[in-house]
Ligand binder design. Structure first.
Ligand code: DGY
Length: 423
C-alpha cells in the first residue's frame, strides 16, 4: 500500500512537471511557478531525482530580482487565464513575475537535501551559487522588511504569507479602502468551487493593495512605510528564523561571510518573544500599520516550534496549547481553531487542513515531543492515504477540497514516509 502510494506521489510531481519547474497542480488553478510550493516540491524530488530537486530551486532563482527579492510567482507561460497575470503585475527580472515574495523556506529545504545526500564535486559549485543567492534574498528581507532593525520582518500583502484569506488578516483588510472603479476578472473561481475559495470582498482588497504596490514601482525603500498592509506575522517570522539558522550553517560550510546574519538571528530570537502572550500561552501577530495586536487562533502561530527557540518554558506552553487546537480529532490540524467564530470548514485558509502546516509543525516537534510528533505524522499520512493528494481537507470528515494532484501534498507525503526514522 505504502509503496503504491509512493509511486503515485512521484507520478503527481512528474505529471505537473514543466521544463525546469513544477506547477502546484495540473488543473489550471495555478499555471505558473510558486515560490514556497517550489521549495516543498524540491524536497519531494530529492527522494528520487536530485537533478529535478536542484533544477526547481535554480529556476526559481533565475527569476530573482537584482535587489535580491525572490518573487512569489514566476510566469513562465504567458498564455493562461490566471489572474493576476504577468501583464497585470508588470514586473520581473529575466522572467515575468509578481512583485511580492512568499515564506522563505528555500534555505531550510536546501539544508535538508544536503544533509541527506552526498553532493558530487561538480554540484558543489552550483550549490555554492544557490547559497549566495539565498544570502542575498535574506539580506533583502532584513534590509527592506525590517528597516528599523527590530529583528522581525513584515509582510506587505496577505499573499506574501501564503495563507491568503486567513482570518488573521480580517482586521487589517477591513482597514484597506477598496480602490474606486476597480476592474478585474477572477479566474480561480471558474476552476474551483467558489465555496472553497476566497470571497470577492477579499479579492477587491488583494487587487487594491497590489495596484498600490505597482503604482509605487514595487520600490522596497518606500513601501515599508507606504503599503496599505504591513503585518508582522508569527508564521512568516518563525520560518525566517529557522531559515536564517539553516542558512548560517550553509554559509559556514562554504566559508562564506556570516557575522551579520549571526547577529540578526540573536536579535530575532529575543524579539520574537515580544509576540508571545504569556497569559494565553500563544504567539500573536502585530499589525504595524494600524498598531494593533491580532489575536486569532491560527495553526500558523505554532510555526514558532519550527524556529527552535531556546526558551524551553515557552516551547512547553506552546505544545500544551497546540494539544488543545484539535489534536484529539481524527483529522488534524484545522488551519483555524474550530470553535473560533471565523472558522469555516471548506473555505481555503479559514479552516481546512493543509499538509504543509502539519509538516512544518511536525518538523518543529521532532526534537521536543517525539510522541506527539509521531502522532501528527501518522495522522497526516493516513489523511492522504484515505483522500488522495489534494490541496486541502475538511478537519471534520477528511473530505478533499481545492485542486487535485497537488504537488506539495505529494512531495511532503514522500518526505514523511521516506525520511529516515529519527531516534
Ligand atoms: C492564489 O492565486 O490563490 C494564490 O494563493 C496567490 O498567490
Amino acid at each position: 500500500m505504502r509503496n503504491k502510494l509512493i509511486e503515485e506521489a512521484k507520478k503527481v510531481l512528474l505529471g505537473n512537471k514543466k521544463k525546469g519547474y513544477t506547477l502546484p497542480t495540473n488543473n489550471k488553478l495555478y499555471p505558473a511557478q510558486w515560490k514556497w510550493d517550489s521549495g516543498f516540491i524540491s524536497l519531494g524530488y530529492s527522494y528520487f531525482n536530485l537533478k529535478y530537486a536542484l533544477d526547481e530551486i535554480t529556476t526559481l532563482l533565475r527569476g530573482q530580482w537584482k535587489d535580491g527579492m525572490i518573487p512569489h510567482i514566476l510566469f513562465h507561460d504567458l498564455k493562461t487565464n490566471y489572474y493576476p497575470n504577468h501583464s497585470v503585475w508588470n514586473c520581473g527580472n529575466k522572467i515575468h513575475s509578481s512583485g511580492i515574495t512568499q515564506p522563505p523556506v528555500l534555505a531550510i529545504i536546501l539544508k535538508k537535501i544536503l544533509d541527506k545526500n552526498k553532493i558530487e564535486i561538480l554540484d558543489k559549485v552550483k550549490i555554492k551559487s544557490i547559497v549566495q543567492k539565498l544570502k542575498k534574498y535574506h539580506e533583502w528581507l532584513i534590509k527592506y522588511r525590517d528597516p528599523k532593525n527590530t529583528g522581525l520582518v513584515s509582510i506587505l500583502h496577505p499573499w506574501e504569507s501564503g495563507y491568503d484569506n486567513s482570518p488573521l488578516w480580517d482586521y487589517s483588510m477591513n482597514e484597506v479602502k477598496v480602490e474606486k472603479n476597480l476592474k478585474y476578472k477572477r479566474g480561480d473561481n471558474k476552476v474551483i468551487n467558489p465555496e472553497y475559495r476566497p470571497l470577492d470582498a477579499d479579492y477587491d482588497r488583494y487587487v487594491t493593495i497590489k495596484n498600490h504596490l505597482r503604482k509605487n514601482k514595487y520600490n522596497p525603500k518606500k513601501l515599508y512605510n507606504k503599503s496599505m498592509f504591513n503585518v508582522v506575522d508569527v508564521g512568516f517570522n518563525s520560518i525566517f528564523l529557522r531559515a536564517n539558522k539553516d542558512l548560517l550553517e550553509l554559509l559556514k560550510s562554504f566559508n562564506l561571510e556570516h557575522n551579520k546574519l549571526k547577529k540578526f538571528i540573536l536579535k530575532s530570537e529575543n524579539q520574537i518573544e515580544k509576540l508571545y502572550n504569556e497569559k494565553k500561552g500563544v504567539f500573536t501577530n502585530y499589525d504595524i500599520r494600524n498598531k494593533k495586536k491580532i489575536i486569532v487562533p491560527s495553526i500558523t502561530n505554532y510555526f514558532i516550534l519550527f524556529a527552535d527557540l531556546k526558551n524551553q518554558t515557552i516551547n512547553k506552553k506552546i505544545i500544551k496549547n497546540l494539544k488543545n487546537h484539535n489534536h484529539t480529532k481524527k483529522y488534524i490540524f484545522s488551519s483555524i481553531k474550530p470553535n473560533h467564530k471565523k472558522f469555516e470548514e471548506k473555505r481555503y485558509w479559514r479552516g481546512p487542513v493543509w499538509i504543509n502546516c502539519n509538516w512544518i509543525i511536525y518538523q518543529g516537534l521532532k526534537n521536543k515531543d517525539k510522541n506527539f510528533a509521531n502522532k501528527i505524522k501518522e495522522k497526516t499520512i493516513n489523511l492522504i492515504k484515505k483522500n488522495g493528494f489534494f490541496e486541502y481537507y475538511s478537519f471534520k470528515t477528511g473530505k478533499a477540497f481545492g485542486a487535485s494532484n497537488f504537488s506539495w501534498t505529494a512531495s511532503l507525503f514522500l518526505d514523511l514516509v521516506m525520511e529516515k526514522k529519527y531516534n
